[in-house]
Design a protein around this ligand. Structure first.
Ligand code: GAL
Length: 428
């Protein structure tokens, strides 16, 4: 929602934490930009969905802006916000593009953020109310649901590091509190969708990243295991009913002060599928000075790797490794790759963007998905991040991840060579 919609204060929409963050903490966004207009999807959804159809894209994943449907987070429903998503859903179905809805992609209403947002235990109730509105209003037509987008990203970047909304000083306490409430909300949200949506396919998505130890040195391999707990295991294991991986990362014991009697049972939810989102890998080195994980990432540039515009290493094998790692959990029944894609510098020459590097990246990563599927892993599908170039959070609009370019001055869309390639690929 926040990355593409724009229309930030239109038709009764309330302020979200990202509206607030980008307006009042401009310096935290590298380019000082915001999502006020973004790709203007709020006004252009019809032609964008028609373009998806034209490109043979069979499914589109998008999120519901919480403050668009519930401006204050709870209480009064904004009918015009509901109307907007109804129009997007109906248009998608009409064009043969199946809607895959994520309830929460990082934009909590500012009215709730002001009360502590995800650090406040009441958020579980607030979130239940929001998910119930989504399920009741859209569940007659939307069957594929994801409760969260990448819980690790917004708890870590938002509440611990303060580089994403809501910002603020570094805080471990806020991270532990928000982590537990988000874990609890996975179960809470999943149960509500299951209760209200007939034949729902309920999932949730996780960021995931293979972690290696620098030069395979024993201390670095141990460091890699600790980072793996943070990056890959912390959210999924309690949701699968395995509890928090405290044993393998003792610093996490601080989370215990937020756990109430009976919580462990409620954290569990039997998801129909898990969405995995992978872009790169990390190589880490043991470093006692670093709190919690006692490790640091080696900069990919130091290792002489080909880098993306996000500064990430291109590492297709990581896709296969991470699928294997998550598929090994007995509770994971089915996997969708709900995000994968890349930012490279795009050049518009004579009206065309010949992004050959992106095509190669997508082919190489898809090859690894295919390898996992052929190896017997139950993989349901793959979504590119992203259809359109969009607002890339603290990076602003500079990194372009779309297979369709957006000229933000004119809002003109240009299908990149990768978009044409993907369209051919989808055609079979
Ligand atoms: C994910 C996130 C997306 C997008 C993408 C590319 O972490 O869910 O919103 O920003 O990364 O960086």
């Amino acid at each position: 929602a926040y990355q593409i919609e724009g229309g930030w204060n239109e038709d009764g929409k309330g302020e979200s934490n990202w509206d607030h963050f980008t307006h009042y903490h401009k310096n935290k966004i590298k380019t000082h930009e915001n999502g006020d207009v973004a790709c203007d999807f709020y006004h252009r959804y019809e032609s964008d969905i028609e373009l998806m159809h034209k490109m043979h894209i069979p499914a589109s994943r998008f999120s519901i802006g919480w403050s668009r449907v519930l401006p204050q987070g709870i209480g009064q429903i904004n009918q015009k916000g509901i109307d907007f998503y109804n129009k997007v859903i109906d248009k998608s179905l009409k064009e043969g593009v199946t809607p895959w809805v994520t309830c929460y992609h990082w934009d909590i209403p500012q009215a709730l953020e002001a009360k502590g947002g995800w650090t406040n235990r009441d958020v579980i109730k607030w979130f239940e109310e929001f998910v119930e509105v989504c399920a009741l209003k859209f569940g007659d037509r939307v069957k594929n649901w994801m409760v969260f987008n990448e819980p690790m990203s917004f708890t870590l970047a938002g509440y611990m590091l303060g580089i994403h909304a809501p910002g603020g000083a570094i805080s471990f306490d806020k991270f532990y509190a928000s982590t537990h409430h988000v874990v609890m909300s996975h179960g809470a949200g999943g149960r509500i969708i299951r209760e209200h949506v007939k034949n729902a396919n309920v999932g949730t998505t996780f960021s995931c990243i293979p972690i290696d130890g620098w030069k395979d040195k024993p201390a670095n391999l141990e460091a890699a295991k600790r980072v793996d707990v943070m990056a890959n295991r912390l959210f999924i294991e309690p949701v699968l009913g395995m509890g928090y991986p405290l044993h393998d990362l003792p610093a996490l014991k601080h989370i215990e002060k937020y756990i109430h009697a009976g919580d462990e049972e409620k954290m569990k939810f039997d998801f129909d599928f898990i969405g995995l989102q992978n872009y790169t890998r990390w190589v880490v080195k043991n470093l006692g000075l670093v709190p919690m994980v006692h490790a640091i990432n080696i900069k990919p540039s130091k290792m002489g790797h080909d880098l993306t515009e996000m500064g990430w290493e291109v590492y297709p094998e990581g896709m296969y490794r991470i699928i294997k790692q998550f598929a090994a959990y007995p509770g994971v029944k089915k996997i969708y790759l709900t995000e994968n894609g890349v930012a490279f510098k795009d050049e518009l020459v004579n009206g065309e963007i010949n992004d050959v590097k992106r095509i190669q990246y997508l082919k190489d990563y898809l090859q690894q998905v295919l390898k996992a599927k052929r190896g017997g892993i139950n993989i349901g599908g793959y979504f590119i991040w992203s259809f359109l170039d969009n607002f890339e959070w603290a990076e602003g609009y500079r990194p372009k991840l779309g297979i369709v370019a957006v000229d933000y001055k004119t809002q003109q869309r240009t299908i990149k060579a990768s978009g044409k390639w993907f369209s051919d690929f989808l055609k079979g």
